[in-house]
Design a protein around this ligand. Structure first.
Ligand SMILES: [Mn+2]
Length: 356
């Protein structure tokens, strides 16, 4: 893998205010990692704001120190040298989000119980059509970058944005495994009638993307009966419920051992789908559906690093459901999101052989 040309860029100084993500000076062309922001949240049902996630992460990102102490002993203390670039949010996505949110609003307000109401039925059909357009747009964007041999990372938006990305990555790497970190199983057949709801993303992935061979879920702690049945019986799914992780550690098992077990369930090529609410809610207080419990920052970073060092290859990822609080000067959600995003970038690079 080739390093990007960083010229006079000083990694010891403050991030460049007029730079790209993490204050970096790179163009899209010279970057090995291309991040695609997808500010879309048509079906968000509880708290909104995740469409502002990509900008919140971008704005908080120059604050990070770029030196990765975690990977220093593994030959990659300066993952940024390989180039990380975030695209501008596409006008098309913004338009779909605006239209979709308006169309979906009265359906969400009724919790999807629209009965025989013709107006709402036609709105639902329209909303499902908008989801298809969004998926297709994200798919095409990701496919384009994959053809250029970029590592693709999608930044949501709500969790529905993962579909097109997984589709593109699985097309290039059939037999793909997904490491899914989330408070929610996201295995509902549909939610509130929406075919591509944030709450059914992994159900859609398993049912509709044949290139996905395995789904390994971690930190799941909010799910319904139907999801529990699917998570515990489907041959492509291995679910590590948050309560099980807690019990095993409480009884003295090391998280390192559990991590090895989790990783051993995955095939060689892995896509990481990281819902920020997989973390403890203190690390993502403004996300749409926070749930008590979850992974600490350390547990999450340990898992990602272990995956990168396992010999498996991280071929793509997404980070979703980050939402800013909207309070003046409060960058906390974006700050934690930016740190997780940097870890995902560096882990992908390391797993693909990048070395300083
Ligand atoms: Mn979630």
């Amino acid at each position: 893998m080739k390093k990007a040309d960083f010229g006079k860029f000083d990694p010891n100084g403050a991030g460049t205010a007029d730079g790209n993500i993490f204050g970096l000076p790179f163009t899209e062309q010279e970057s090995n990692v291309v991040l695609i922001p997808v500010p879309f949240e048509m079906t968000t049902s509880y708290g909104r704001g995740t469409a502002k996630g990509p900008m919140a992460i971008f704005d908080a990102s120059p604050q990070l120190d770029l030196f990765d102490g975690d990977l220093a002993e593994h030959g990659l203390p300066r993952p940024w040298e390989f180039g990380i670039f975030m695209e501008q949010p596409a006008a098309r996505i913004k338009a779909l989000n605006k239209e979709g949110s308006q169309v979906a609003k009265p359906i969400v307000a009724k919790g999807g119980r629209i009965g025989s109401n013709k107006t709402l039925q036609s709105k639902l059909a329209k909303a499902n059509k908008i989801s298809h357009s969004l998926n297709e747009f994200v798919f095409t964007r990701c496919q384009k970058q994959l053809q250029r041999n970029k590592i693709v990372g999608v930044v949501g938006g709500d969790h529905s944005v993962s579909f097109g990305a997984v589709q593109a990555v699985a097309q290039k790497y059939p037999g793909l495994g997904i490491l899914h970190i989330d408070a929610h199983a996201d295995l509902r057949t549909a939610y509130e009638g929406f075919e591509h709801s944030h709450a059914s993303i992994m159900n859609n992935v398993i049912r509709k993307i044949p290139g996905v061979a395995k789904l390994v879920q971690v930190a799941i702690r909010d799910f319904c009966d139907e999801e529990y049945q699917l998570a515990t019986t489907h041959k492509k799914i291995a679910c590590y419920f948050d309560s099980q992780l807690r019990d095993r550690q409480m009884k003295g098992e090391s998280f390192a051992k559990i991590t090895q077990e989790i990783i051993s369930q995955l095939p060689k090529k892995v896509y990481v789908s990281f819902d920020i609410d997989g973390l403890e809610p203190s690390l993502c207080p403004s996300t749409g559906t926070p749930v008590a419990g979850g992974l600490s920052f350390h547990h999450a970073c340990f898992l990602i690093k272990a995956l990168a060092l396992s010999g498996k290859i991280i071929v793509g990822f997404d980070l979703n459901e980050v939402a800013p609080s909207g309070r003046q000067g409060d960058e906390w959600d974006g700050n934690v999101g930016a740190r997780i995003l940097y870890k995902l970038c560096s882990a992908s690079l390391l797993s693909q052989g990048a070395q300083n």
